[in-house]
Every structure is written in C-alpha cells, then in structure tokens.
Design a protein around this ligand. Structure first.
Ligand code: ATP
Ligand code: MG
Length: 480
C-alpha cells in the first residue's frame, strides 16, 4: 500500500510551533522517525482548535519521551508502561507520545496483542480514516500530510469510515462504534453506509466494553451541540437498546379510542436539544434525558379521557438513581440535582396555567432553591409543540412565572430559606427529647409559613408552635 503525501498549509499557534520544532529537533538528533497523528491532525485540517498533540515514533515511545523531556522543562512527564505511552503534561495542553504499534485481537477480549510496528501498521489500527492521518516531522518530508486511507477526502466530504474492513475495526474494539456515532453528532458529518451497517451488525459486541468507557462516550455525545443526532444513531444502530433500554421504551405511539399520545422518545430528544441551546451543563442535559423516563411505567388509558402518566416525575426520579448507578455516574449532588429536576419538572407548568398564588410560588422557590433557573430552562425546553403560536404562548406564560418568581423572591427570600424555628428550639421549649412529634411540629411551622398562614418571623413561628404543641398537651417548660 502506498501512502499519499501532500503539503497542506495548516495554521499553527506560536506555542504549538515551538513544541513541534523541539520534537522535530530531537527526532533528527536521535534519528527516529516521528509523526504528528490522530485527533490533533484531524482537528487542524478541519480548522478546529486542538488542545493536545498526539505523536507517534517508529521505535520506543517512552524512551523517546524521556529523551526529549529536558526540552520541555515546564512539563511534567507521566509514563504509562502498560500502554507504552508517555504524556508530557502542561497546564493548557498535553503531548502524548507513543511508539508505532501493530495490534492483533482475539474475539473474546478487547485486550490486543501489541507488537512494535511501522507507521502504516499504526495508522491502520486507528478507528477512522480521518483519525489515521499523519504529518511528518522528519527531514526528508517535513510537514507533509501522509494519507494512507483517503482520510483527507473523507474529511472533505465529512464522512466517517473505518480504514480497514469495518467488521474488523469494530470487532477489535467495539467502543469505536460509539466513537463513530459521537463524531457523527457534529453537524453535517455522516457515517458511511457500509460503516453504519457494520455497526448494526456488530452492536452486540458493545457488551464486552466496560461501563466506564461507555458512559464516557455517552457524556461526550451529550456535550455536543445537538446530541439528538447521536441518540438517534445509537437507537437506529441498536446500541441504545443494549446500553440504555429505559430510553428506548419511550419510543412509539399507542392509539386507543382514536386517542394517541406523543412519541416520548423523539419528544425527549427535542427537549434535550432545546436544553443544549440554553445551557452547557452536562447534568441539566442528563435531566432532560431523564425527565420523562418513567412515562412508559406510569402510562394508563382512562376511558373517555385519554392517556395519562400520573406520577411519572416521582417514579422517574427514583429510576434516575438506578440508571446513574448502572452507568457509574456520580451518586453525589449531581444525581440529587438530576432527581430534583425530574421531580419538579411539571411544577412551573402548573403555575403557568392557574391563577398563581404567592404561596405556590414560595413553595417552588423553596423546593428548587438555587436550581430554580435550571428548572425554568428545562421547563421551557419541554415545550415541543409544532404549533409555533402555542410555543410562543407557553413561553410567554413562563415569562409571567419568572416575573412572579422574581417578585416573591425579592419579598420573601425563599431560595435558601430555613424556617426560623429549629427542632432544637422546639425540644428546649417543651423539655422533650428528639421524637417524631418534634419533626411533625417543625414541619407544621414550615408549611404554615409557605402557605402564608403565618408570617416568616420568629415571633409568629414561636406562637404557632405553642398552639401546635397544645394539641398534644405539651406545655412550655417555664409554665409547667
Ligand atoms: P477527542 O480527543 O475529541 O476525544 P480523538 O480522536 O482525538 O478525539 P483521542 O482519544 O484523543 O481521540 O485519541 C487520539 C487518536 O487515537 C484518535 O484520533 C485515533 O487515531 C486514535 N484512537 C483513539 N481511540 C481509539 C480507538 N478506540 N480505536 C482506535 N483508535 C483510537
Ligand atoms: Mg484527542
């Protein structure tokens, strides 16, 4: 096989240029064939900023990295012996150096047998033609783009295609199927039909991939501008059914007595894209993914009325935890945030329909706390009607809710509010140990303030607990 060579002028920043000439200098000194490769070359050709630099040397990558490290006194060197790679790390970018390798795989594992190889061996074990380009840093053809698999053409026509038979590439490392879909989630890129058929054929192999790597790719898809493209491709390839069956259950419409409901799969994807137009927050994007996840579990047909999904927000918040656990996503405040969004996602809609009372607004502010803005963004994104007038009207209603929220917050400061009476105070006042009753009285104060029955101050709250406690024949210590 011949490798085509072509000289292409590519923009290089000062920093990059400096690093590259240091690498080239050592390559010459040590007489080692050295190339820029991978995502760095691809992004350069696409005119994108590329943070990291990927380098391949024909020889021992770690030894080469150790020898050139003194040329980069501001970098720290990390060596990964198991992978045969070395990283020169700087604050703003990494230089990854690896020896050219040849890989062969067994069918039952994704751990390859790795041997030293030529540049061509190394390029052919890469995932896509656009990721299998190299730029020479060697004296004889310095700066030439080396293209063994028509990667330049594929970048031009924005096509994702494997360098070898796709069945081989995907079977060797099935995560590449998700990487293909992630690259295709960028606008205007498409997966070559043969490559896509191979993904459909090899989808089952995804099960040998660790959950961490799968979730990592899913998060990368979610961080694209229009993740719906990726989710739809995951669905059409059959991979989504394997990795996220709960999501696939949202697909489809049922019709009874002439009444249908919307397709919650495509609705969710639309909501997700809408959220992405408003926010880069990965966890709000996860909330969009999950907001209707329990609709299939709660779906009922009520005679004469139509389809209902009562309680899907409560069941959905519970399901979110199971899904986060399986995906090895963080079970800390990130999960809590997603659960809160799922649980509350219907509340602003209710407020936009009814005559809104201050107490309903106070309650929402109290329940959503600092996440109220995220919740409003999710709710606004949840409007997916094709009727533009309807969308406009609903958004206007939400604007009214926003105004009301602002007004009540300014007046009552409910966002991070805590009731003025604590459990401690109640126990001290009545000389009681901790018990269920203390909790009941404490909750009653909170509810009374949220409902506007009493004012949000210590005095009113204290008088209120005296009355409440009397119901259980409790007297304050100083009156006993
Ligand atoms: P990004 O950095 O945006 O995630 P990338 O293509 O740069 O995308 P990296 O993980 O940085 O991905 O990998 C650098 C290069 O290594 C890729 O461009 C590709 O040539 C190769 N590569 C990465 N992962 C795989 C894989 N699973 N199979 C084959 N080649 C891969
Ligand atoms: Mg990269």
């Amino acid at each position: 096989m011949t490798i085509k060579k072509q000289l292409i002028q590519l923009p290089v920043s000062d920093d990059e240029g400096k690093s590259i000439s240091i690498i080239a200098h050592f390559a010459k000194e040590l007489n080692i064939e050295t190339y820029l490769v991978g995502g760095h070359v691809r992004d350069k050709i696409l005119g994108r900023v590329s943070k990291d630099i990927d380098v391949v040397v024909v020889g021992n990558g770690i030894e080469f990295a150790e020898k050139i490290a003194p040329g980069f006194p501001e970098c720290s060197l990390a060596v990964y012996k198991n992978f045969g790679t070395a990283l020169l790390k700087r604050n703003d970018f990494d230089i990854e150096i690896v020896g050219a390798r040849k890989e062969s795989y067994r069918s039952d594992s994704r751990k390859p047998i790795v041997e030293n190889g030529s540049l061509l061996d190394d390029l052919s074990r890469r995932d896509f033609t656009m990721n299998a380009l190299a730029i020479s840093l060697n004296e004889s053809d310095y700066g030439m783009v080396l293209d063994a698999f028509n990667g330049l053409k594929d970048i031009e026509i924005k096509t994702i295609r494997t360098p070898l038979d796709p069945d081989v590439t995907f079977s060797d490392d099935p995560l590449r199927m998700m990487r293909a879909i992630r690259f295709a989630t960028q606008p205007n890129f498409r997966i070559h039909p043969q490559t896509f058929s191979s993904i459909q054929k090899n989808k089952g192999r995804i099960s040998i991939i660790s959950q961490e790597r799968i979730s990592d790719e899913l998060n990368k898809i979610l961080q694209c501008t229009k993740p719906s493209i990726g989710f739809d491709l995951l669905f059409k390839s059959g991979i989504l059914e394997i990795i996220f069956p709960e999501f696939v259950k949202l697909y489809g419409v049922e019709l009874l007595e002439g009444k249908g409901h919307k397709d919650n799969f495509y609705h969710t994807l639309q909501v997700l894209d809408n959220v992405c137009d408003r926010s880069n927050d990965l966890w709000l994007r996860w909330a969009a993914v999950m907001h209707d996840i329990a609709k299939p579990d709660t779906k009922r047909f009520e005679k004469g009325k139509g389809w209902t999904f009562h309680g899907h927000e409560v069941v959905g918040a519970r399901k979110a935890e199971r899904i986060f656990r399986r995906f090895h996503l963080p079970l800390n405040e990130k999960l809590k945030f997603v659960q809160k969004m799922v649980l509350l996602h219907l509340r602003p809609i209710v407020l936009s329909k009814e005559q809104v009372t201050d107490s309903a607004i106070r309650r929402l502010l109290f329940d959503a706390g600092d996440d109220i803005e995220s919740l409003m963004m999710l709710c606004e994104s949840d409007i997916t009607s094709k009727n533009e007038n309807k969308v406009k009207r609903y958004l206007e209603n939400f604007n009214l809710v926003r105004e009301k929220l602002k007004e009540v917050e300014e007046k009552d400061k409910m966002r991070n509010w805590q009731p003025p009476i604590t459990g401690e105070i109640i126990m001290k006042t009545f000389g009681k140990p901790p018990s269920k009753e203390i909790g009941i009285i404490k909750d009653a104060v909170r509810e009374a303030i949220l409902d506007g029955v009493i004012k949000n101050n210590f005095e009113d709250s204290f008088n209120f607990i005296l009355i409440e406690a009397k119901k259980s024949n409790w007297l304050p210590v100083n009156e006993k």
